[in-house]
Design a protein around this ligand. Sequence first.
Ligand SMILES: N[C@@H](CCC(=O)N[C@@H](CS)C(=O)NCC(=O)O)C(=O)O
Length: 291
Amino acid sequence: MPDNAYVPPKVWTNDSDNGGQFASINRPTAGPREEHELPVGDHPFQLHSLGTPNGVKVTIMFEELLEAGYSDAEYDAWRINIGAGEQFWSGFVDLNPNSKIPALLDRSGPEPFRIFESGAILVHLAEKFGYLLPKENPARAETLSWLMWQMGSAPFIGGGFGHFYVYAPERYKYPIDRYAMETKRLFDVADRQLAKTRFLAGDDYSIADIAAYCWLGNLYHGAYNRCDIFLSLDEYENAARWVKEIDARPGAIRGRLVNTQDMPERHSASDFDKLDKELLSPVRKRPELKE
Ligand SMILES: N[C@@H](CCC(=O)N[C@@H](CS)C(=O)NCC(=O)O)C(=O)O
């Protein structure tokens, strides 16, 4: 056992001062920490989110719906600053008791209702509008299977690889090896499928592609300080072809900008006209590696 190996005490207690990037925000308890209502806009859908991979799944879906002509999918997107703890505002916890973005208030029918978890929101919108989720099996089963594959694997990539490679206060070989291996295995799963089919669930673009693209595309384009180099992601040629095809879709281009620093809130299609045209490019550039 190495000299600095952790010997767990008999009973675990929370160390909120362990130097991790999220240590001061995350606690082992749920529930609201502050009375604070959420703003409400004019549109049928009120999205409270952030431009992270889980957040942009939903904004890409909305922009894809609008792009396809579903004008009833107009939405207000409000930014939840998770670094400042806004996910613990009482209004947000009412929408998602799990205090994680994204969360949606659907006011399109007679009774407003909440919906949380990005996968559930994608299925809800796909069913409501009859778009990007086949109605009949086996295509429906295949799409839901790939969607749930993504939902189940995201924590290994984000909470596992990303956390230990970038956010943890110190780097340790064991967790980085463990989650780098798992992240590469997941890329290989997608790559092998995409060698056989144009999109994950077959010939047609679906909510499964949106969900997986938000994570795999982000890593491919250099998230976690150019992890594409560390993980040799260019070797997954079929996944790269699929990422680049989705990169260029107008709905994906717009959706991945919403609730980011470039567009903290989104209330109308004309909000995109105010952005630097380079941000709307169909070709994504990888950032510089930070030493
Ligand atoms: N399974 C959830 C995960 C959502 C999630 O992890 N959201 C992160 C940002 S990507 C978050 O809100 N983190 C805040 C926190 O952990 O306090 C989903 O897909 O909706």
